[in-house]
Ligand binder design. Sequence first.
Ligand code: PEP
Ligand code: MG
Length: 544
Amino acid sequence: MMIQLTGKGVYGAVAVGDLRFVKRDLGPVVRRQVEDCEAEYERFQAARDQAVAELGQLQAKALAEAGEQSAAVFEVHQMMLRDEDYCDNVRSVLASQRVNAEFAVSVTGANFAAQLSELDDPYLRERAADVNDVSERVIRCLTGRAGVGLGADEPVIVVADDLSPSETVQLDKSKVLAFVTAGGSTNSHSAILARSLGIPAVVGVGPLDPDWDGEYAVVDGFSGQVLIRPDQPALRRLLEKKQSDEQRKQLLEELRGQPDVTLDGRRIEIHANIGSTSELAAVRDNDAGGVGLFRTEFAYMEAAQQPSEDELFEVYRQVAQELAPKRVVFRTLDVGADKQIAYLDLPQEDNPALGLRGVRLCLRRPDVFHRQLRALLRASAFGRVALMAPMIASLSEVQRVKALLAQIKAELLAEGCPVAEPIEFGVMVETPAAAICSDRLAPEVDFFSIGTNDLTQYTLAVDRQNLDLEEFCDPRHEAVLRLIGQVVDNGHRHGAWVGICGELAGDLSLTEHFLRLGVDELSVAPTVVLPLRQRVRELDLAEP
Ligand code: PEP
Ligand code: MG
């Protein structure tokens, strides 16, 4: 009988093979009475130094295999082991209970993990698993036992209750077809690692039966399903999915590193739209030329309260730094309308899509805007940052945002905080007003980015949220396409480059039209980058 488990897909790909439960060789931690506590502390110090050295090696391995973001966790682990509180706690358990170092480390690790898991902050709560992970490593160094293993000659689907980041890195990836874990969140470090390594993974499938070890299974990292002993129709369906995914990857291999240029030599930038650091791997995997739209509102929507300047800075810095020297266009906060945030206390409105949204909200709430602009400008020193404002309808709004940017820049420089110079500044063209007056806006900006999702909604007066109106919501409507043409002409006349970042940018039947209009950049979902590159490379604009 087929068994179906459902969890969350971490990395979209399909794998087929035998399940194998990870074997951990830690054994029980035995409590022993000791006489010489000082000698025991020295054993601890030696084991801790060895653990730190191992973590340094894992950091280098993760950096080479999966990039800076994935490697960062091992730096945090090393810091945890060097933490004075942690070491003092081990020492005080040794002294007060006169026990062996293994036991003192396991007590300390458990206490620290328990304290962390009670905190409100979800990020800190997740660090409980990290404390356990580093403590187990020190214990392994003390006992001389090996780490995690698969005991497999052939590649297998790795199954575990949970996998720590160090276990994930340690496993021989040539033997891993997929990961399946009972617990874990899609943002856990091991999930991030799986994603960056491009290994299909499903987390949070619930209780696992050890009897499944060795069973044949299919893992669907797209839908988060794991089928054990799949029946023929299910297997066929997933194998087809696997095949089409592999064809896409094949496409990727062939097109990776190829220029986005037509047969007759016309170049266009193809960039990606993302909204969080977890999508950085997708930008790299799909070989996007940069990020044409970073939707900054997601960090606000996921938080329970307004993120601090430092929290925002940390996200922006990481994105800018990891993608440098590629350009990242950060769009300033675009909430209101369909993106409501409870803690901002936005007003109840009869027509929120025509209400206090995008740049209007930011101009009304200088406290919120100021904080975000400081974070963005600080991050500009770490990569190639460009900024753009959403929902612009008037020249005065553009001027107000620019004045605020100049003021905050001066403020930061006076504080001794470096800011890039110059920083490209642009606006989204997503209201008919901005498109029609683009000749007036163009001299004020370095670029336009056309948001066809909203431009369609406002030009055709069709609510983009209302599924019932879909037949009337045609982003290929002549009115929208004419406005796009005008924006490109007006932008170019004043030396501004013009991109499209709405969904229409990925409509391959319009690629030729956009190229002929002279569009400079198309910014699309990461998975659309390569199909779009393929389309661009088969076009010949010299042909009438
Ligand atoms: C748009 O409106 O086209 C756009 C890219 O922005 P969003 O979809 O986030 O409103
Ligand atoms: Mg929009």
